[in-house]
Design a protein around this ligand. Structure first.
Ligand code: SAH
Ligand code: SF4
Length: 393
């Protein structure tokens, strides 16, 4: 960990329109799509309907070819094909864990890579998506935090991760099949992959609006959870402009420990964070906030911590998600012992809060929470390590 490293966010999002290429329609808001259609000559009075039709093809049926949009006139389809593309990021590799978890290494414009993880469970399928390449926030227990941030993802690259997973899982309605006839494999979204979503607010918002829209991906806002390390000034905006479920990477019960684990705490401390969280359920009309708490041996896992946690969150409708630390090569922490985690959970549960212990998934393919880091970055780092060990640097 670098205690004095500044918390910055001066990163660039590449423009949606590459200099000479056609505009990608994936990720455009309704307004932006209407503007794009108007610019190629779509009559004003048709815009609303065209946007709805095109969204349905793209996000409900998974169509990538304008020619398949059979409720549009042939000439109009040709006009669209001449000016636009429907593109999602490319899957470079896919790893399937023994427990069925799938990890996709996804290449985005500029050759950067992010990871997307699909976690099948009995009653749901959760897709964990990334919002940035790497992360500027150097949380000391997080593998992504050791990767230098390269850039923010565009809205198209964020919503594109949902689409590419649905491609791979065959999760689009088949011809003749109505929406909702088959249970959806990607039924839940968590913004818990690489990056801090609230440091890429506009793009995350635009992508989630498409995910929640009845003519878009059509997932209920209750099935979308955004996890933040605690970017306090953006929490009220998340409630007002997205309105999804909120999770917060809490991880400690004193500022002294949280400063070390989640360095953004030095900017917005526990008291400031709690104040913003207290207002969230009312502003977003959602039931409760998820407090994520990574269990680190001898760091934040005492009975006293559990009791302090209950005191701190008193009055906030909450669920506490205990995450056994997922180890990664060179990590400076260890996972708390299992009986310690259970004892911690028990104290919280007895105080009247749900305290599920998150089962680590996809550990064998390095797909668990906090282990995500692009393969190229990993390779680069291990090469540097090899050099150092060999005394060559
Ligand atoms: N940047 C956001 C979302 C991505 S991290 C955030 O920090 O909330 C998703 C969750 O995984 C966070 O709660 C994060 O603190 C946790 N996490 C990170 N590294 C981990 C690790 N090695 N083991 C377990 N959980 C980890
Ligand atoms: Fe970034 Fe979240 Fe990892 Fe912290 S835990 S470094 S905010 S991805």
């Amino acid at each position: 960990m670098k205690p004095s490293s500044p918390i910055t966010q001066d990163v660039l999002t590449v423009p949606r329109r590459l200099p000479d290429g056609p505009t990608n329609l994936v990720g455009l808001t309704r307004d932006a799509l209407a503007q794009a259609l108007a610019a190629v000559g779509t009559p004003e009075r048709q815009l609303r309907m065209r946007v709805a039709q095109i969204w349905q093809w793209i996000y409900q049926k998974g169509v990538r070819d304008f020619d398949a949009m059979t409720n549009l006139a042939k000439d109009y389809r040709r006009l669209l094909a001449e000016n636009f593309v429907i593109e999602v990021p490319e899957v470079v590799s896919r790893h399937v864990s023994a427990d069925g978890t799938r990890k996709y290494l996804v290449r985005i414009a500029g050759g950067h890579e992010v990871e997307t993880v699909y976690i099948p469970e009995e009653d749901r399928g959760t897709l964990c998506i990334s919002s940035q390449v790497g992360c500027t926030l150097t949380c000391s227990f997080c593998h992504t935090g050791t990767q230098k941030l390269v850039r923010n993802l565009t809205a198209g690259e964020i919503v594109g991760q949902i689409m590419l997973a649905r491609d791979d899982l065959d999760d689009w309605p088949r011809p003749g099949e109505g929406m909702g006839e088959r249970p959806r494999l990607v039924s839940n979204i968590v913004l818990m992959g690489m990056g801090e979503p609230l440091y890429n607010f506009e793009n995350v918002r635009d992508a989630m609006k498409i995910a929640m829209d009845g003519e878009g991906i059509s997932l209920s806002r209750r099935r979308i959870t955004l996890s933040t390390s605690g970017v306090v000034p953006m929490i009220a905006r998340t409630a007002e402009e997205i309105g999804c479920m909120l999770a917060v990477s809490f991880h400690a019960t004193t500022d002294e420990v949280r400063d070390r684990l989640v360095p953004i705490n030095r900017k917005w401390n526990i008291a400031t964070l709690l104040e913003a969280l207290r207002a969230y359920p009312r502003l977003s009309n959602s039931e409760r906030i998820t407090f994520e708490y990574v269990m680190l041996k001898d760091v934040n896992d005492t009975d006293e911590d559990a009791r302090r946690l209950i005191q701190l969150i008193r009055g906030i409708p909450a669920k506490i998600n205990l995450i056994p630390f997922n180890e990664w090569p060179g990590a400076p922490y260890q996972r708390s012992d299992w009986d310690r985690i259970e004892r911690f959970a028990d104290i919280i549960y007895k105080a009247g809060y749900a305290a599920p212990i998150r089962t680590p998934r996809g550990e064998d393919i390095m797909a668990a929470c906090g282990q995500l880091k692009s393969a190229t970055e990993r390779a680069r780092r291990s090469k540097a390590e090899v050099m150092r060990e060999a005394g060559l640097d």
